[in-house]
Design a binder for this molecule. Sequence first.
Ligand SMILES: [Zn+2]
Length: 268
Amino acid sequence: MKVPYEEEMWKRYREEIEKKMAYYREVISLIPSDVKSILDVGCGEGTFLKHLTSLERASIIVGLDVSETALKYVEGLKIRASAGGLPFRNGSFDLVTCLQTLEHLKQEVFIRAIEEIKRVTKKYIIVSVPNEEPLEYFLVVCPACGCHFNAVGHVRSFSPEILRELFSPDFSLKALRECGDLVEHPTYNRVLFGALRSYLKPPPPRGSICPQCGYVAKADKGRISYSQMPIFLKAVKRIADLLWRPKKRRLWLVALYERVIEGQTGNR
Ligand SMILES: [Zn+2]
């Protein structure tokens, strides 16, 4: 199936490489010194893989993604497959990385992906996900069927507590860091904000697809048009903005795991 505007999305990601340099450096700094083979699950258009090639001791680097369009941009070894079914033998790679992918996976694929990542890695796993993303806050409303959905297709949110247990008991968490840009993390009243969303019906951004009816947003109308709100609502929003001030927070969480060897006590 051809996904509308997908080409445009991957192209935009490639153009954002510069902005992500520091983030990738941070992730690479977590890679243990005895890693020689790496599989990147959900490699997308391959910008992280490109950074990985600077790691001279890694002689085998493979990118895997479900999107054929994204893989067109990937240089080097690549394979098209779902994260829920990795076409490799047990313990094929010293390290499996999975960056900005798990938050997109529906429950069924997610559960299989966790098992598959554990199966094909020999020693280590590195995972990166949005830092406690408030999924509700980014909901948009489908103009065709009225369904509320996350505009960037994120279906799950991760906290440090969730990450700690993600691959246990087979793998133990070795390092957990916050990284990426310092961004405003919204704090808000769920009831008030939900009411505002139902009233304003923020349209989905261009290229997003309604999971309920398949509507594809063609124009980018911006998130929420606060300027069109009636005066009394503007006043309420002013007060709400004072009460629930955004907190600054790093955009991403990155975690390193190591396989627990039987007979050894993991330091948990
Ligand atoms: Zn819809």
